[in-house]
Design a protein around this ligand. Structure first.
Ligand code: NAD
Ligand code: TYD
Length: 357
């Protein structure tokens, strides 16, 4: 691993990953390949932008020529593929872009890697790797009492987002099986932490609660996610890249499964404690149950026996501490938040998603 192309490195998880790998792998050069869609934000990497081992390339994963020239120009031997449309609610209101980016974009990257690494035999096969970052949502939804998902669980995606990610996972696997492309896949659960775009549950609730706005809880709020701190996730990806078996998939989860309502209540309590506002106290009073998401998955739970047994990975953050740190992070980064929230695209999305609920 010498020259790593990180796709989607200006997004939430990609930017955390780049920060971590630049710090921990001193010999590595990292190329952040990102189209800067609404979710991409170079401010998230302002602290490492001047590092000589880091370079940003504005590029689209759906553009075969752009991808091929990035691989060639920088002699890329490792691809860590985060770039995607990632928000389930957006996939319900506008699925087409999800198929374009998540399916066609992944296909375009895979095919460029096949050409550059395998057809042209640029590097020994043992020294290249395509790592694909996927989601637990490919497995569908668990009923009460059903066991956690393992790497052997059959795929049953329910939303257009989950289906597009499932399709991309299958493409990666097929490039390994048919062409011998060295790959690994990680399927992880819901991430939270610094730099998450404020359209996902946790930042929406933190920011609305701070401002005394209603806190939208879909349906009965009893849906369960397996919350994973983004830094634990990035450590797991690093381990899989360096020690994981080629051709393998690994499940990553946070070992935390509270209901959404309980997450929202915890954030309210944290804010009441560290940012008291007599006007809005108690913030739990701001909770509003709103119209449910169509096809809303009920419960996710990841069995992480494989990654902990093979690679010794365990999440380091407890949910309580991780949420507290995350609330502190949003409180101390008002410019980062404001630069996103002032954009018309963001306001338009918030109206489209919440006004009719
Ligand atoms: P994000 O939406 O915050 O960021 C996505 C990034 O991809 C943005 O920087 C965007 O500009 C870039 N991008 C989008 N389309 C592109 C294109 N065509 N070409 C180049 N760049 C493009 O996403 P995230 O939350 O950081 O998620 C990263 C990956 O992890 C995704 O593949 C997602 O499916 C997966 N994942 C996320 C979560 C989660 O909880 N956030 C959970 C499981 C899996
Ligand atoms: P989200 O952060 O969008 O992630 P995902 O859909 O990938 O799990 O949502 C997390 C959970 O929170 C999900 O069950 C939907 C719910 N949710 C709300 O109740 N209110 C909201 O405003 C949002 C954005 C999500």
């Amino acid at each position: 691993m010498k020259n790593v192309l990180v796709t989607g490195g200006a997004g939430f998880i990609g930017s955390n990953f780049i920060r971590q790998i630049i710090k921990n792998e001193k010999e590595l050069r990292v190329y952040n390949y990102d189209a800067l869609t609404y979710a991409g934000n170079l401010d998230s990497l302002a602290d490492i932008a001047g590092d000589p081992r880091y370079q940003f390339i504005q590029g689209n994963i759906c553009d075969p020529e752009q991808v091929a020239s990035a691989l060639r120009e920088h002699q890329i031997d490792t691809i860590v593929h985060f770039a995607a449309e990632s928000h389930v609610d957006r996939s319900i209101l506008g699925p087409r872009q999800f198929i374009e980016t998540n399916v066609m974009g992944t296909f375009t990257l895979l095919d460029a890697a096949r050409q550059y690494w395998l057809t042209e035999q640029t590097f020994p096969k043992e020294s290249v790797r395509f790592h694909h970052v996927s989601t637990d949502e490919v497995f569908g939804s668990l009923k009460p009492g059903e066991p956690a998902w393992t790497e052997e669980t059959p795929y049953a995606p329910n939303s257009p987002y989950a289906a597009s990610k499932a399709a991309s996972d299958h493409l990666v696997r097929s490039y390994g099986h048919t062409y011998g492309l060295p790959f690994t896949i990680t399927n992880c659960s819901n991430n939270y932490g610094p730099f998450q775009f404020p359209e996902k549950l946790i930042p929406v609730i933190i920011l609305n609660a701070l401002e005394g706005k209603p806190l939208p809880v879909y349906g009965d709020g009893q849906q369960v996610r397996d919350w994973l701190h983004v830094e634990d996730h990035c450590e797991a990806i690093h381990l899989v890249l360096t020690k994981g078996a080629t051709g393998s998939t690994y499940n990553i989860g946070g070992e935390n499964q509270p209901a959404n309502l309980s997450i929202v209540e915890t954030i309210c309590d944290i804010l009441d404690e560290i940012a008291p506002s007599p006007e809005h106290r108690p913030r739990r009073d701001l909770i509003q149950f709103v119209k449910d998401r169509p096809g809303h998955d009920r419960r996710y739970d990841m069995d992480t026996t494989k990654i902990s047994g093979e690679l010794g990975w365990r999440p380091r953050h407890t949910l309580q501490q991780g949420l507290l740190d995350t609330v502190h992070w949003y409180l101390s980064h008002p410019e980062w938040v404001a630069s996103i929230r002032q954009k018309q695209e963001y306001k338009g999305w918030m109206d489209a998603n919440y006004k009719s609920r």
